[in-house]
Ligand binder design. Structure first.
Ligand code: FAD
Length: 428
């Protein structure tokens, strides 16, 4: 019955595509990759991750920076530096930045060892029959495989979703620079600085933004003004102005601009794809982004090997059709528990999107007051459903009334998401 030239054809050359191509090839499958860019081309972004995640994966050597002094600020901020509202919340957990070349090479070397075949081109058309999947590129080349894995990012070329609705987008404006004086403490990493004393009353009533910042060493600092996730998103111009105001408020000036990120957009609440389709997805294409953090690399590193194992087992059945192999992959990638957790995370995000700045500061104060294993498990999506519900319930009970009221009101998609949590539509 088998006719296709490869076991699996992976589309894309981002972290998602390389993670799954490396894992599939480690299962001794014949893997090919089709991307419109060279898989060795450096990625545009640098990825952050909690230290414990890379330690558990045995991949700490892939980090370029690692911070022990990790904090957030949830006070209002005041001119007096010793004011209580300037006291940081310590996270007492390491945070790291990947060396993006090392991370890329980590996956590429596994692919190269297993002789993965690379194709350059833009996937445009997909035909699937009982025995093979056939992808045709814009340039007219065709490649066949038993299974196609679409890892072409947040706007996938072939994957379909049965849901629609406004997408909450995290926007960021970032710079790497040297300054007339240090904008944050030496060797410090700031996950969220919600201090707002640099804003006028009018600005404080607009959608809140926070500073994500790190000391990069040798006098350079990375500062990124960020909006958590909103539909419609906060504009890059607003973020840039807010960063300028934040710095001016402390008399901080840029002396050397080393890098400017002119606007990054990260969708936070993308739907889970239709799990009945005969093509599989991975990474951003498959809705794997964590709706609470926007992160995905840790999840991809943890999950690619298990998914590849399940696919490899099915592919070894020579009678299995592309649709059956994809079904097996979807069942492994989106089991019921994960679908339910995703609905809860999205439910939480809907609440946060409506919160005012004071509510957000109170909310996060309470969140990071949870036992460390609870907030860490929440942010890395490593809690069981029971643990996740317990963490959320604890947050609710401990929250001040200003936050509790915001958590109780049901608006927009929230009822639908709660229903999805209670009665998930298992689509596979
Ligand atoms: C600004 C930003 C910062 C982020 N920071 C973090 C972070 O700190 N930590 C973290 O864990 N996550 C982070 N993420 C989330 C996530 O890890 C990244 O978005 C990641 O790049 C997603 O990987 P991906 O491979 O799914 O998609 P992408 O990286 O978007 O890769 C898609 C690939 O598909 C190729 N492609 C597209 N269309 C076609 C086609 N038709 N045919 C062939 N190839 C095609 C593209 O050329 C590209 O190679 C961040 C995301 C953004 C946007």
């Amino acid at each position: 019955m088998i006719k296709a030239s490869a076991d699996a054809l992976v589309l894309g050359a981002g972290p998602g595509a390389l993670a799954i191509a490396a894992a599939l090839s480690s299962e001794n499958l014949k893997v090919e990759v089709l991307a419109n860019s060279d898989p060795h081309e450096p990625w545009p972004y640098t990825y952050g991750i909690w230290g414990e995640e890379v330690d558990d994966l045995g991949l700490a050597h892939l980090l370029e920076h690692r911070w022990k002094n990790t904090v957030s600020f949830f006070g209002e901020g005041a001119d007096n530096p010793s004011s209580k509202s300037n006291i940081p919340t310590p996270h007492n957990r390491d945070y790291g930045l990947f060396d993006k070349n090392k991370l890329q090479h980590h996956w590429l070397s596994q692919c190269e060892l297993a002789k993965v075949q690379w194709h350059k081109g833009l996937a445009q058309k997909l035909d699937i029959n009982e025995t093979e999947s056939r992808v045709t590129t814009e340039e007219g080349k065709t490649i066949t495989a038993r299974l196609v894995v679409d890892a072409t990012g947040y706007d996938p070329v072939f994957l379909k979703s049965s849901e629609s609705g406004p997408v909450a987008v995290q926007t960021c404006y970032g710079i790497v620079a040297k300054f007339n004086k240090p904008p944050i403490a030496e060797n410090q990493f700031i996950l969220m600085d919600y201090r707002c004393d640099h804003l006028s009353e009018k600005e404080k009533s607009e959608p809140p933004t926070f500073l994500y910042a790190m000391d990069m060493g040798e006098g350079s600092f990375f500062l990124e003004e960020t909006s958590l996730g909103l539909a419609p998103p906060v504009s890059i111009e607003t973020l840039r102005t807010r960063l300028e105001l934040r710095l001016a408020n402390k008399d901080i000036r840029i002396t050397k601009l080393e890098h400017e990120e002119l606007g990054l957009f990260l969708p936070m609440n993308l739907p889970i794809p239709d799990l009945k389709q005969p093509v599989l997805g991975f990474g951003g294409a498959a809705g794997m982004v964590h709706p609470a953090s926007g992160y995905m690399v840790g999840g991809m590193l943890r999950r690619a090997p298990g998914l590849a194992k399940a696919i490899a087992k099915k592919i070894r059945d020579s009678e299995a059709s592309p649709a059956q192999i994809a079904q097996c992959g979807w069942a492994e990638l989106w089991p019921e528990d994960l679908i339910r957790k995703q609905a809860l995370y999205k439910f939480g995000l809907e609440k946060l999107m409506r919160f005012s700045e004071p509510q957000l500061r109170e909310f996060f104060k309470g969140f990071f007051d949870l036992p460390s294993s609870q907030w860490y498990g929440f942010l890395t999506n490593t809690l069981t459903i029971k643990e996740l519900v317990s963490a959320m319930w604890k947050m609710f009970v401990k929250a001040p009334w200003s936050v509790r009221i915001g958590l109780m009101g049901m608006q927009g998609r929230e009822i639908k998401l709660l229903w999805e949590f209670m009665k998930p539509k298992i689509k596979n």
